[in-house]
Design a protein around this ligand. Structure first.
Ligand code: GTP
Ligand code: MG
Length: 181
C-alpha cells in the first residue's frame, strides 16, 4: 500500500452483500474468493466467500482506498483480524431478510468491537426491498441501547451510489474535512 492509501473493511453475515458491494464500487476488476456453497444448508445463494474480497476505489489526488471484504461465515473468522489490520474503518452490512438481523448487528459490532473503538463504523442494511422490518428507526433504537450512534442507511449492495454513500459517510465520520470520493 502506498503512502496516502487507505484500507476499509466490509463485513457482515452471509448474504449481506459484501462481495456484491465491493464489485459495485471497485474501479479495478475486483478479486473474490468465492466457492460453491455446497455445505451451507441455510444459504439462499450458490457462492460464498472463503478468504476475502478485494477492490480499489480511486479518490482525488491519486490516492486509493483499498476495499477488503471478510467472509461472512463464522468458521472463517480467523480472517477477520488479519483483514482489519491497518484499516481505517468498517462498513457493516446487515441483511434484513435473515432470521434475526438485530442479533447479527449485535454479533458483528461485538466481534469487531476493538477495531471499531479505534476507528469508525458505518452500517448499511440491505435487502430492505424484500423485507422492510426492522426499520432503520428500530436499528437506531437498538444502537442507542448499546450507546452507539453510527451512521446507518438503507442500501442495495448492487447500487454503486448506495455503496459510495456508505464509504463517503465513513470517511466523513473519520475526517469531516474530506468531502469528495
Ligand atoms: N433484492 C436485493 N438483493 C440484494 C441487495 N443487496 C445485495 N443483494 C443480492 O444479495 C446477494 C448477496 O450476495 P453476496 O454479495 O455474495 O453476499 P456476501 O455478503 O458476500 O456473502 P458471503 O461471502 O457468503 O458472506 C447477491 O445476490 C446480491 O445481488 C438488496 O438490497 N436487495
Ligand atoms: Mg462474499
Amino acid at each position: 500500500m502506498d503512502k496516502g492509501d487507505y484500507k476499509i473493511i466490509f463485513t457482515g453475515p452471509v448474504g449481506s452483500g459484501k462481495t456484491t458491494a465491493i464489485s459495485s464500487i471497485s474501479d479495478s476488476a475486483p478479486i473474490a474468493t468465492d466457492m460453491k456453497a455446497s455445505d451451507m444448508t441455510k444459504s439462499r445463494k450458490s457462492q460464498t466467500t472463503v478468504a476475502m474480497d478485494y477492490g480499489v476505489l480511486k479518490v482525488g489526488g491519486g490516492e486509493q482506498i483499498h476495499l477488503y471484504g471478510t467472509p461472512g461465515q463464522e468458521r472463517f473468522d480467523f480472517m477477520w483480524d488479519i483483514l482489519t489490520t491497518g484499516g481505517i474503518g468498517l462498513v457493516l452490512l446487515i441483511d434484513n431478510t435473515r432470521e434475526k438481523p438485530m442479533n447479527d448487528l449485535k454479533f458483528f459490532l461485538n466481534s469487531f468491537k476493538e477495531f471499531i473503538m479505534n476507528t469508525a463504523v458505518v452500517i448499511g442494511v440491505t435487502q430492505m426491498d424484500k423485507m422492510n422490518k426492522p426499520t432503520i428507526y428500530d436499528y437506531r433504537d437498538e444502537l442507542k441501547e448499546m450507546s452507539l450512534n453510527p451512521p446507518i442507511f438503507e442500501v442495495d449492495a448492487r447500487r454503486k451510489e448506495d455503496v459510495s454513500l456508505l464509504v463517503q459517510s465513513l470517511l466523513f465520520s473519520l475526517d469531516p474535512s474530506i468531502n469528495e470520493v
